[in-house]
Ligand binder design. Structure first.
Ligand SMILES: [Zn+2]
Length: 236
């Protein structure tokens, strides 16, 4: 059975002499894997469409119960060329693709996650990455995956995170905790005032320029993601 699927290429690995095994995120069917026969030997059916990060329309052939579909051809909707303009853009895209690979389940359709990832990559094609946007993207991604941390108030007592003080990030509870709630056992990282400001200002475009705040928040968020995964996020 053949069908057309709009997809983001997540990863590809050479197979044999001429084939690619491609992991992709389709808007219609979720994460899938497929084999692109002879795609390394001939550019005819795929051109540059199997480059990780590309947004493509792909004709696939689902064969029986095999989890590996056959990729027939692909046409680029949005190339990743813009991302290649700087190492910072490439690293940011690799991280976004790494998050997708780490959190997406095979065959679980989720257009909301698809659109979020596509928008992130498109933004990196057009602009240099901004730490503030990276934090916003990763928080939104985690929320859509069911792991969104509480960052606007104390995850324990609900106190607004609007006053400096001894705040920390509780990895097991998944969010900020105030000084009064921070004395229970659990894996925590103390939050600098900058990191607290970074979390407080997510979504506030007026303070988007305060990049050292976002950088500090992002470092903590990155540790939280590794904690959720139980291993460091693989980025390649
Ligand atoms: Zn509290």
């Amino acid at each position: 059975m053949q069908s057309m699927v709009r997809s983001i290429i997540l990863r590809r690995v050479g197979y044999g002499e001429a084939d690619w095994i491609v992991c992709f995120f389709s808007r219609e069917h979720g994460r899938m894997s497929g084999i692109a026969k002879s795609a390394r030997a001939s550019q005819r059916r795929f051109g540059g469409a199997l480059e990780p990060g590309s947004l493509v329309d792909m004709r696939i052939n689902m064969r029986g119960s095999s989890h590996l579909v056959r990729l027939e051809e692909a046409a680029i909707i949005w190339p990743v060329n813009g991302v290649l303009k700087s190492l910072e853009r490439i690293n940011a895209m690799q991280r976004a693709l790494g998050l997708a690979l780490a959190f997406l389940q095979e065959g679980e359709a989720n257009p909301g996650k698809f659109d979020l990832l596509a928008a992130r990559i498109r933004s990196l094609c057009e602009n240099e990455p901004i730490p503030h946007e990276a934090v916003a993207f990763e928080l939104e991604w985690l929320a859509r995956c069911g792991f969104g941390p509480t960052v606007s108030c104390c995850a324990s007592c609900g106190r607004k995170a609007d006053s400096p003080g001894r705040w920390s990030f509780d990895f097991d509870r998944g969010g900020l905790v105030c000084a009064g709630c921070g004395n229970v056992t659990g894996l925590r990282a103390p939050l600098s005032d900058a990191a607290l400001q970074g979390f407080m200002s997510v979504g506030d475009r007026l303070v988007a320029g305060e990049s050292e705040h976002a950088v500090a928040a992002r470092a903590v968020l990155s540790r939280y993601i590794d904690h959720v995964l139980g291993r460091p996020l693989a980025v390649r």
